[in-house]
Design a protein around this ligand. Structure first.
Ligand SMILES: Cc1cc2nc3c(=O)[nH]c(=O)nc-3n(C[C@H](O)[C@H](O)[C@H](O)COP(=O)(O)OP(=O)(O)OC[C@H]3O[C@@H](n4cnc5c(N)ncnc54)[C@H](O)[C@@H]3O)c2cc1C
Length: 219
């Protein structure tokens, strides 16, 4: 792996998706990663960093993360204030929430995300558009279906718990109970731990082996 030149990355663009959620696009500075990995990111003058899954694809020129501001949080309010030309500190990419290198394109995949947990799936799909996936995205409102146009027609399902403007009114768990998966599906779950635990149990009840369920817990 090529050594990076430096770990202070200049912000190129901040793209607001909702009042609290935004994409930070940064200079890549030679950072290498596999789709699904995460980085530690923080403001340049602070000692605090947090983990963020990489939203962009390994083949992209720039590096992107998708961030939701936690108003009472330490790092996200500071990230939200950053502007183009400001810098952020980034550590090397790590993590095992990645697809098998020898994955056959016809292999059925289920991706289940809550909120910004969609980020690694965005990277998977941008990296390998021909994947045979279904992506369930659990959000409160349809306005939180972040950049849904980036997913292939019919593969993205916004499960909205608070309004009826998504593709399915209810939680991802409700969707799965009504639409059981084939036990041969490889399943990837990312987001908050309550969702992950519940979905894990449902998938096991539906016959998916635990070896075929991969998880990334955000909080
Ligand atoms: C491997 C990994 C990848 C992650 N990737 C992303 C990502 O791509 N995008 C992203 O926005 N976050 C991601 N997170 C969460 C992120 O690291 C921070 O926890 C989050 O941004 C809050 O940081 P903070 O310093 O503002 O809040 P903190 O001061 O750390 O926390 C304040 C409180 O908010 C809770 N909290 C953390 N995240 C959320 C949330 N999204 N919604 C509600 N409450 C929350 C924490 O449990 C804590 O109780 C990831 C976490 C991990 C472990």
């Amino acid at each position: 792996m090529r050594k990076r030149s430096f770990n202070l990355h200049k912000i190129i663009e901040k793209r607001d998706l909702t009042p609290s959620t935004f994409v930070l696009r940064m200079e890549r500075n030679g950072l290498e990663f596999v789709a699904g990995q995460h980085i530690q990111v923080g403001p340049p003058n602070g000692i605090h960093t947090r983990e963020y899954s990489i939203y962009s694809a390994p083949g992209d020129k720039d590096l992107e993360i998708l961030v939701r501001e936690v108003e009472t949080g330490l790092v996200t309010p500071a990230l939200k204030k950053l502007k183009p030309e400001d810098g952020v500190v980034i550590n090397d990419a790590v993590g095992y929430f990645t697809l098998p290198g020898d994955l056959a394109e016809e292999q059925p995949l289920l991706f289940v995300a809550s909120g910004t947990g969609i980020s690694p799936f965005h990277s998977f799909v941008k990296d390998r558009p021909a994947l045979n996936y279904r992506l369930l995205h659990g959000v409160r409102y349809a306005s939180e279906a972040y950049e849904r146009e980036d997913y292939a027609e019919g593969r993205y399902v916004a499960c909205t718990s608070q309004d009826a403007g998504g593709d399915f009114k209810g939680r991802v768990t409700d969707y799965l109970r009504q639409n059981p998966v084939n036990p041969d599906t490889l399943c990837y779950l990312c987001g908050n731990c309550d969702m992950i635990h519940e979905v894990f149990d449902i998938l096991e009840e539906q016959g998916v082996k635990s070896d075929n369920i991969f998880t990334e817990v955000y909080f």
